[in-house]
Ligand binder design. Structure first.
Ligand code: AP5
Length: 197
């Protein structure tokens, strides 16, 4: 099962991908998580992409494609995988088609209002990157990560100006992928509005 999770920022792709990947024991490959780990560890990649990500822009296709290409060469992808946040542009989709065949693309359908509600309430663990939501998915102890005890922070790109920029970038550069995969008969739309339990 080789899947792509496609959708606007804050649609719940990462939350659902974590559950599906655990259920089917396949890797969850999130380009956003890979970049954020690089930023936390202050690697050369992290230093290069930090300001781009904080402002809500996309990292260049060259960097992102190389990253995913390398990840897809690792030993654990034989039983399938979920790509979360990649591809995000037509050139990325075309590059992926030269690397590997995808079975299905799950398109998360959600309004801008719901996106803003989710992202403005999101908190992330500073140490391990685990996500929470102040209303929909609270930690047991306020501002403390259930998994590692780390402090919860607001992602720099979850500030309102960055959220607006990310929605604009999504519409311009990522939404055309919906038609791209529809034409290949690979698209399944899901209603991403129902609230997580
Ligand atoms: P990335 O991390 O991929 O950001 P994104 O696509 O904007 O997605 P998010 O992580 O914001 O949201 P999500 O859909 O995963 O929602 P989540 O499950 O967390 O990328 C970050 C940046 O990296 C990009 O802006 C770009 O700069 C760069 N980048 C990454 N990939 C790239 C690429 N391919 N090319 C170029 N640049 C790239 O949920 C959000 C919140 O809602 C959480 O608080 C959660 O608890 C809550 N929630 C989730 N589901 C529900 C639900 N059903 N009901 C209620 N609350 C819910």
């Amino acid at each position: 099962m080789k899947l792509i999770f496609l959708g606007p920022p804050g649609a719940g792709k990462g939350t659902l991908a974590t559950l599906v990947a655990a259920e089917y024991k396949i890797p969850h490959i999130s380009t956003g998580d890979i970049f954020r780990t690089a930023i936390r560890n202050k690697t050369p990649l992290g230093l290069k992409v930090q300001s781009i990500i904080d402002s809500g822009q996309l990292v260049s296709d060259d960097i992102t494609i190389e990253l995913v290409q390398n990840r897809l060469m690792e030993d654990d992808i034989g039983g399938g995988f979920i790509l979360d946040g990649f591809p995000r542009t037509i050139p990325q989709a075309e590059a992926l088609e030269r690397i590997i065949d995808i079975d299905r693309v799950i398109n998360f359908d959600i309004s801008d209002e719901d996106v803003i509600a989710r992202l403005s309430g999101r908190r992330m663990c500073k140490n391990c990157g685990q996500n929470y939501h102040m209303v929909f998915s609270k930690p047991a102890v306020e501002n403390v990560c259930d998994k590692c005890g780390g402090e919860l922070i607001i992602r720099e790109d979850d500030k309102i100006d960055s959220i607006k920029k990310r929605l604009e970038v999504y519409r311009k550069q990522t939404a055309p992928l919906i038609d791209h995969y529809k034409k290949q008969d690979k698209l399944t739309d899901i209603d991403a509005r129902p609230q997580a339990e």
